[in-house]
Design a protein around this ligand. Structure first.
Ligand SMILES: C[S@@+](CC[C@H](N)C(=O)[O-])C[C@H]1O[C@@H](n2cnc3c(N)ncnc32)[C@H](O)[C@@H]1O
Ligand SMILES: [Zn+2]
Length: 344
């Protein structure tokens, strides 16, 4: 069965057209005839050859496949030194268990080698080699091992008071939107598993939701989560730096934890501004170090939290001229939120 989308919010990545004939297996642009395959019913509205090198690399080595499926587990682990113990208890248990296991295996291996117990040595060496391969491929996990406990201890002795909290920034943006006189259009860019879109108050709006990501593995999890939660959302596989949406379409454009890691963060923000309606709101969050960071904080920030990023702070000086009322708030020691409004 096919459906015709005429003058849609979508934009053909090849010709910019807005008309498509869609089915669960493919979308066809009726202006240029280009077809876009669907994965799990979601259209892949991007051209592989125009993707940035960093985006392709992160997708293929981190977000797609096994690591993408484990993202809900690895992501809270990465931030465990900056979260309250009550939220990260199981991660700390796993962290100390990993240390004990690695040290135990290493001591056992040395003892087996010294005593000439070769079979025991091989049995002990195998998991160590496996761990070394994983830690070598995912270096941030290696650095997390040595930084997590010292950083947690250091931060817990120096509490940080933000000028505005995460919740206050969200409430500042959300409160006027809740009284809007018409149904809003909300877009989440690099939505991943739709976690942030779902959790941070946006579901309290009278809105239609659209979400885009480059990774099939991540977006499939988002699709499953949103359908379990009963939230209707238009999901698209696409590139944040070439958003497959027409100009001036969304009242709210969000992005959580992605901008700094894209091949061209400034281009991605310009794209977010392009697809926002005049008067629309942008909100994006990512890594940025607070002023009082210690050398240990910096090591954790650069080797773990921000290790995959292209930039390491909000590119506030390079925002498009169409954005006004720009506010960058250091909400935690290692994160900013930037809010802005598109003029008009
Ligand atoms: C750290 S995750 C954040 C996911 C989600 N926003 C959240 O808060 O959990 C970054 C996301 O950016 C996506 N991403 C990376 N490069 C992208 C690109 N060029 N276009 C769209 N999404 C991209 C990844 O697939 C991943 O899902
Ligand atoms: Zn086209």
């Amino acid at each position: 069965m096919t459906t015709e989308l005429k003058a849609s919010k979508y934009r053909c990545p090849t010709c910019g057209g807005a008309d498509f004939v869609t089915s669960v297996t493919q979308w066809r642009c009726t202006d240029c005839g280009q077809t876009y395959a669907c994965v799990y019913g979601m259209p892949k509205l991007f051209n592989e050859e125009t993707l940035g090198a960093q985006d392709r690399k992160l997708r293929d080595t981190f977000y797609d496949g096994l690591f993408g499926r484990l993202y809900q587990v690895t992501m809270p682990a990465i931030v465990m030194p900056v979260r309250p113990l009550s939220l990260s208890g199981p991660y700390w248990i796993a962290y100390f268990a990993a240390w004990i296991a690695l040290l135990g295996l290493a001591v056992g291996l040395v003892a087996a080698l010294v005593s000439g117990a070769w079979i025991a040595a091989v049995i002990l060496a195998l998991p160590l080699v496996l761990a070394a391969l994983v830690l070598n491929r995912q270096r941030y996990l290696l650095h997390l091992l040595w930084t997590a406990a010292p950083v947690w201890l250091s931060l817990s002795r120096r509490p940080y008071t933000p000028p505005e909290t995460f919740a206050q920034v969200h409430e500042r943006v959300l409160a006027p939107l809740r009284t809007a006189s018409r149904r809003l259009q909300v877009l989440d860019v690099s939505t991943g598993s739709c976690n942030s879109l779902y959790k941070h108050g946006w579901m309290s709006l009278d809105a239609d939701y659209t979400a885009i990501d480059l990774s099939e593995t991540m977006l499939k999890q988002g699709s499953e989560m949103m359908s379990k939660a009963g939230v209707a959302v238009d999901l698209v596989l696409g590139d944040a730096m070439a958003l497959p949406f027409q100009d001036d379409r969304f009242d709210v454009v969000l992005s959580y934890g992605a901008v700094n890691g894209l091949t061209d963060p400034v281009k991605a923000i310009a794209e977010m501004a392009r697809v926002a309606k005049p008067g629309g709101v942008l909100l994006f969050l990512d890594e940025q170090m607070y002023d009082a960071a210690t050398p240990l904080d910096r090591a954790y920030f650069h080797k773990v939290l921000s290790s995959h990023n292209i930039i390491h702070r909000c590119p506030v000086e390079s925002l498009p001229a169409s954005l006004t009322d720009v506010r960058v708030t250091q909400i935690y020691q290692f994160y900013y939120i930037c809010t802005a409004r598109k003029a008009g």
